[in-house]
Design a protein around this ligand. Structure first.
Ligand SMILES: Cc1cc2nc3c(=O)[nH]c(=O)nc-3n(C[C@H](O)[C@H](O)[C@H](O)COP(=O)(O)OP(=O)(O)OC[C@H]3O[C@@H](n4cnc5c(N)ncnc54)[C@H](O)[C@@H]3O)c2cc1C
Length: 396
């Protein structure tokens, strides 16, 4: 055996799973040929979403775990406790904000309805004439690529032997952990840069033909997981983002139009919604768009223009800002919009941690707890039934 668990993918989901398994005392081998997935392309809004009870349960539990982890993480992870303002353009959306508040309250998440005047005071750069907002103070933002690196390497510290035998960089961290039986033990995470070519019983075969074996294999390869496991029902949902030069103090909260929820859950067509994030650097990260039926990562000028027009509709000063970069990435969507977390029903030893669509940075921590609890056969405070892969893989 090369490890007690192999994790395929060093995006935020794989990194969180490796970290949590290591915390529980396991020796973990993470294999990634990039990293080059959604984690590098996303927005990093840590947000409680409440479109359905399962999404609310996973996102709120995940945020609570993030708060625990974040106290240990360093400033490179770019965490900011800015909260979210869900913007209501009119009285109808104000009603939707009030209903959202009730749903959040039922899950123990406090939030505050604010009127037009309070909104203008909190965020003077927003256009006048908006009806108000729902403020969720417990949300935040994170720079996910660095957070994943931190989780894998404890802030970039790498031990001796940082050149691996597989032709790529390899790091090793050790952490004091709590084993499944409650005894103290030490886990480790090694990161190997290599491409997994195929999944085999109890092992993975790399592109160079060699194999790595472990009793537990966690597939956290994002959208590309379907190349290794063709039965996975994953669909690409393309998203554009743009980032401005530094304008410190222009925006203070993650600003999202309430209509975003509708856009986020559409299962076809193209949509844009106002979604702007103040980065700790003073830059504004501007989103967001959603498109199906394309896997071309090229920037599409008409979509980008539509997204920026929508953002300018809410933030009129945006047109005067310098946009320094734009890009597109892909969310991995499942048929019911919920991630696949848990054992593959037909492949013993294979665990799935994928399909998080537009919420995978937020829900990486809850995913890690569920996967680690499953592998260590220990209890988990979060009920994982709604995310079990068996619901989508019954007839394969
Ligand atoms: C535009 C956009 C905005 C978003 N905004 C947010 C947001 O605000 N908040 C939020 O919570 N989420 C957001 N998301 C979603 C979030 O980014 C993703 O859900 C999350 O990053 C998925 O992480 P992952 O680790 O599952 O997959 P990925 O980040 O895709 O990682 C998969 C890794 O597996 C590796 N890999 C794949 N195949 C192989 C192989 N065969 N061999 C070796 N390695 C392999 C890849 O190199 C990659 O590093 C956004 C996504 C996009 C695209």
């Amino acid at each position: 055996m090369d490890a007690e668990a192999i994790v395929i993918g060093a995006g935020i989901a794989g990194a969180a799973c490796a970290y949590e398994l290591c915390q529980r005392g396991l020796d973990v081998l993470v294999i990634d040929d990039g990293p080059s997935g959604a984690t590098q392309a996303g927005m990093g809004h840590l947000v409680v979403m409440d479109d359905n009870p399962a999404e609310l349960a996973l996102s709120s539990a995940s945020l609570a775990i993030w708060r625990d982890w974040l106290v240990r993480m360093d400033s490179s992870c770019g965490y900011s406790h800015c909260g979210t303002l869900w913007i209501a353009a009119d009285e109808e959306e104000m009603q939707a904000a009030a209903e959202k508040q009730v749903r959040l309250q039922a899950a123990g998440i406090s939030s505050m309805l604010i009127d037009a005047l309070a909104l203008a005071t909190l965020e003077p750069a927003l256009r006048r004439g908006l009806a108000g907002a729902l403020q969720v103070a417990s949300d935040g933002v994170l720079y996910a690529p660095n957070a994943a690196r931190w989780l894998l390497g404890q802030g970039g510290r790498q031990g001796p032997g940082s050149q691996g035998s597989q032709g790529g960089p390899q790091g090793r961290i050790s952490q004091s952990g709590q084993a499944a039986n409650g005894t103290k033990s030490t886990g480790s995470v090694r990161v190997s840069q290599a491409q997994v070519h195929t999944l085999e019983d109890g092992c993975v075969r790399l592109a160079d033909g060699s194999t790595r074996s472990a009793p537990h294999i966690v597939l956290a390869a994002g959208l590309r997981a379907a190349a290794l496991c063709p039965e996975l029902p994953l669909q690409a949902k393309k998203g554009h983002l743009a980032i401005s030069a530094r304008y410190p103090g222009m925006v203070h909260h993650q600003l999202v139009e309430l209509g975003y929820v509708k856009s986020a859950h559409e299962r076809s067509g193209t949509s844009v919604a106002f979604n702007v994030q103040p980065r700790p650097t003073g830059q504004l990260l501007i989103g967001s768009s959603r498109q199906f039926d394309t896997t071309d990562s090229a920037i599409e000028a008409p979509i980008l223009a539509r997204m920026l027009r929508r953002a300018s509709h809410y933030l009129p000063g945006l047109g005067n800002l310098q946009i320094i970069r734009s890009w597109a990435g892909f969310r991995a969507a499942t048929p019911d919009g919920l991630p696949l977390i848990g054992p593959h029903p037909q492949r013993p030893g294979l665990w799935l941690a994928l399909g998080h669509e537009g919420l995978g940075v937020t829900t990486a921590t809850g995913t890690a707890h569920l996967i680690a609890a499953g592998i260590c056969a220990s209890a988990c405070a979060l009920d994982g039934n709604a995310y079990l892969p068996v619901r989508c893989l019954q007839n394969v």
